[in-house]
Design a protein around this ligand. Structure first.
Ligand SMILES: Cc1ncc(C[n+]2csc(CCOP(=O)(O)OP(=O)(O)O)c2C)c(N)n1
Ligand SMILES: [Mg+2]
Length: 892
């Protein structure tokens, strides 16, 4: 094992080792730890030079990082804090037990909070500062499964009623309830950060801490010592996102960030590392990433034993055990601990000889000892130059005794029998008699009790209550008609892509008096792909250290300019990290009272498909801003092939309730959507955010054809009516994104070659149309006595004649999902299937979405309606050069 203190080599005398240790002790005493460390460092270098191969280890021994002599005095009333904590433990347990008595299997967790109670209570009583008028406050990410503890505390604080506790996990009860986990969407005055999807909160917390620095460096908020605290489970660290961004935190020297990992050595099914040591594994990962690591393993009761152990045998023994063994010790008797832990060596046995079995059993772990936890937190907030992680050893289900303490089933434990309840009550001194206690009532001491008074006083001293979410921004004026007007006018025949058009808008927004400073462009190493490199120099790339080197391209106009007040967040190749920044920037209106407006532009295939769960969390969190899926469209992005060509994201945006998803074709459409989006989010305070796909196909941008703003925003409008609306053969063509141009070309072919007069519609958002349709249906169902409402799609098409054909660069299901509100049958073309490395024309042929296939689909619909002869169809297939036996893109 890494941390094992190596056994003595043969021939080495005990006395020799003793001499070395003693001389180090005397240096430590006379010259202090820095000199001692310097000597050890020199010794290590000396050994290496002399060919001694020292094994690499990023670990320290299995012992507390802070020795007792460096522990600060505990500033609180420890006994009173223990009583308060016990009350919280009881109410948290009661909440879950009661909920499950009322409704079997409603769920909830007892054992996570039971293990973490001390970690939280030391924070609440001494560290977590609330947001006030004068101070921005600390930011705390609570471990999702520990939520009963947070509710129970808020109950004691008088912030949550007993009725609400009673309705834990039953949010739909009259008067409301409490959501299972932290969900700002459901409890917008309480929770700030959704954390329950494991692995998201560590990454979000890192980018939050980094964004706080960004706001300071750009002068958007004052420099403060506010901290970001993130509480995680040890099992949670297996999620790749949990540790995936830890080097950013150290690179950026985020000493405003503290991770607290509750190392109860267990996850849901069993031990996190039964055959290893999760704490040592995490220590080496974080130390390797240059974090400040503080281990809080043993409680104060162990200190005298360590003191007696002059030979270091105890630490050595502790390093030998695997977590599976530790877990066993936790549930075992004192006699068992004596025999199996200390019994491995007669010297060790001697160390604990004076102690009774009962006191051996009661040896506490560090994470349950407020003094040790306080010392660690204090060291963490005072540490400079790097982020801190606290690895605190605890017992899962602490206090549950036979009901689950330390057992593999404890995560799921939701019910306690009468004996177990009485035992828990007695252990934590809850003033309930045997009879009352089995009813598991909530218990809150009177308002004037010393417990409540103490608790309130502590929170008052720290500025108020936590967690608490409040929106403190003033709405923007958002008068941007002038800013966006230019984009309504078209490109005068110049061929530009919608991405270029968007970048043009971004450039203008960056210069705007009101929002210029608030815009946060975020890009994961793809700025050149989107033609954004011109912004490097004008807006600058944010770097907390400025630019320490002369960029290689300094002599060019668009050199790579990094600056401390740079505005662009160039995140490198991490869509997850970029999303972390997007969330931090898009929720700053609540977290900081600052209306930052993030524009996150990325390769669209690597958005929803890759980081959908972060997007879901952003939605829960009421994040505002714009996500731009660049190089989108399965056939519009040529060459890149199967992994890159996105025909999915507009579909994947459907389930996120508050994201508005648009697939615009023209610059003016984007301008209308963004201008309205800024108004809705930052003036009217709507809790929506935007997904807009932009493409890299250049074409002339037309001017806006009249006042179609409403149609653009609602999802569709007639872009170009047929020249001859009275023609016998009529059709309605629906196009989106770059495929709208194919519909326009089909319109011409149909008119000139087949005498079909087609109107062309731009469908900017199938999602908007779908939502309108289902809402209208729902309203009609619920109000049968009233005049039925008509879906927007139906209204649009009320006087539209002829056959209906839709084409987009996404799956066919998009148009299909609104076809039921259309007056007639719809033929849908789309890009179901794997992409190909090919040029646009070939791709559109392959996926059957080009003007020829739109023409054919229209003629076919007319044929089915009996409006044209079969021979016209046969001839068209030939004339259009369509291979009827081509492979099916869906299956090939
Ligand atoms: C992404 C994700 N996967 C799975 C789960 C289900 N889950 C909830 S709690 C849990 C175990 C948690 O163990 P740990 O992180 O050690 O926390 P503890 O309760 O032990 O403090 C699991 C697997 C989840 N919430 N999120
Ligand atoms: Mg755990």
């Amino acid at each position: 094992m890494d941390n094992e203190i190596s056994t003595q080599p043969h021939g080495m005398e005990d006395v020799e080792i003793q001499e070395w240790l003693e001389s180090l002790d005397s240096v430590l005493e006379s010259s202090g730890p820095e000199v001692a460390a310097e000597i050890l460092e020199r010794l290590r270098a000396h050994a290496t030079i002399n060919g001694i191969d020292l094994p690499f280890t990023a670990n320290t021994p299995y012992a507390n990082t802070i020795p007792p002599r460096l522990e600060p005095l505990f500033p609180g009333d420890q006994e009173l804090e223990r009583r308060i904590k016990s009350l919280i433990r009881w109410n948290a347990l009661a909440m879950v037990v009661r909920a499950n008595r009322v409704e079997h299997n409603i769920g909830g967790h007892i054992s996570t909070y039971a293990s973490a109670a001390t970690l939280y209570e030391v924070g609440f009583n001494h560290f977590f500062r609330a947001r006030t008028e004068e101070f921005e406050g600390d930011t705390v990410y609570f471990q999702g499964h520990a939520s009963p503890g947070m509710y129970a505390r808020a109950f004691l604080e008088g912030r949550i009623s007993a009725q609400k506790l009673e309705n834990f996990r039953r949010e739909l009860k009259p008067g409301g309830g409490l959501s299972s986990y932290p969900h700002p969407w459901l409890m917008p005055d309480f929770w700030e950060f959704p954390t329950v999807s494991m692995g998201l909160s560590p990454l979000m917390a890192i980018y939050q801490a980094r964004f706080n620095r960004y706001l300071e460096d750009r002068g958007l908020k004052p420099v403060t010592d506010a901290k970001v605290w993130a509480f995680l489970g040890d099992g949670e660290t297996d999620e790749p996102e949990s540790l995936g961004a830890i080097t950013l935190a150290s690179r950026e020297k985020l000493d405003n960030l503290v991770f607290v990992i509750n190392c109860n050595l267990q996850r849901l099914d069993g031990p996190v590392r039964g055959n290893g040591q999760i704490i040592q594994e995490l220590e080496s990962a974080f130390r390797g990433a240059r974090w400040n690591v503080i281990k809080v393993l043993w409680g104060s009761e162990w200190d005298p034993i360590f003191e007696r152990d002059t030979e270091g045998l105890l630490v050595k023994r502790m390093g030998e055990l695997v977590d599976g063994e530790y877990q066993k010790l936790v549930v075992s008797s004192g006699a068992y601990v004596r025999e199996h832990f200390f019994g491995s060596d007669p010297h060790l046995l001697k160390l604990v000889e004076p102690m009774s079995d009962e006191s051996l059993r009661r040896l506490r772990l560090g994470g349950h000892d407020p003094r040790k936890v306080y010392a660690a937190y204090k060291a963490a907030v005072e540490h400079k130059g790097s982020p801190t992680v606290i690895l605190a050893r605890t017992i899962k289900g602490y206090g549950l005794g036979e009901a689950g303490e330390g057992k593999n089933v404890t995560h799921q434990q939701k019910k306690l029998n009468e004996d177990e309840l009485r035992e828990f009550r007695s252990r934590f001194g809850i003033p309930l008699n045997d009879e009352d206690c089995i009813e598991v009532p909530f218990y809150r001491p009177p308002e004037d009790s010393i417990e409540i008074q103490y608790l309130r006083a502590r929170r008052e001293a720290l500025g108020g209550y936590v967690p608490k979410r409040s929106v403190r921004t003033k709405p923007l004026a958002a008068n941007h008609d002038e800013l966006f007007k230019e984009f309504h006018e078209g490109s005068d025949g110049r061929e530009v892509s919608t991405t270029m058009a968007f970048v043009g808008m971004l450039r203008k927004m960056l210069k705007d008096e009101e929002i210029g400073k608030l815009v946060v462009p975020i890009v994961p190493d793809e700025a050149r792909t989107f033609g954004m490199e011109s912004l490097f120099r004008t807006a600058g790339i944010y770097s907390s250290v400025g630019q320490k080197y002369e960029p290689v391209d300094v002599n060019t106009l668009l050199y790579y300019k990094e600056a401390k007040d740079g505005q662009i967040l160039e995140e490198g190749i991490t869509e997850a990290g970029s999303m972390g920044s997007f969330i931090a920037a898009g929720s700053a209106y609540a977290t900081h009272g600052i209306n930052t407006i993030p524009f996150f532009i990325y390769y669209s295939m690597f958005g929803f498909q890759r980081i959908a769960d972060f997007i879901w969390a952003a939605a829960d969190m009421r994040t505002r801003g714009f996500m731009l899926g660049g190089t989108s469209g399965r056939t519009t992005l040529s060459g890149e092939g199967l992994q890159h060509q996105d025909g999915n994201s507009q579909i994947l945006a459907l389930p996120v309730p508050n994201i508005k998803a648009y697939d615009p074709a023209f610059a003016y459409e984007i301008a209308v959507i963004i201008q309205d989006g800024i108004r809705r989010m930052y003036k009217d305070g709507e809790n929506v955010f935007y997904y807009i796909t932009v493409m890299n196909e250049p074409y002339a941008m037309p001017p806006m054809p009249g006042d179609v703003k409403d149609g653009i925003l609602r999802g569709m409008y007639r872009f170009r009516p047929a020249a001859n609306g009275k023609a016998k053969l009529r059709a309605q063509l629906f196009g989106s994104g770059a495929i709208l141009n194919e519909a326009l070309r089909a319109q011409e072919i149909l008119e000139t070659k087949y005498g079909v007069a087609a109107d062309v519609w731009s469908v900017t958002s199938y999602k908007e149309l779908y939502n309108d349709g289902i809402e209208t249906e729902r309203w009609n169902r619920l109000h049968p006595g009233e005049k039925p409402r008509v879906p927007y799609v139906t209204k649009c098409l009320s006087d539209a004649t002829g056959v209906l054909v839709a084409a987009s660069d996404y799956l066919k299901t998009l148009p299909n999902m609104i076809s039921k509100w259309m007056p007639r049958r719809l033929a849908s073309l789309g890009t179901d299937g794997f992409g190909r490395s090919e040029g646009r024309a070939s791709l559109r042929d392959f996926f059957e979405v080009d003007s020829r296939f739109i023409t054919l689909a229209t003629l076919h619909e007319l044929f089915v309606d009996g409006k044209i002869e079969r021979c016209v169809l046969d001839k068209a297939i030939k004339d259009l050069g369509i291979n009827a036996d081509k492979p099916n893109p869906v299956t090939s």
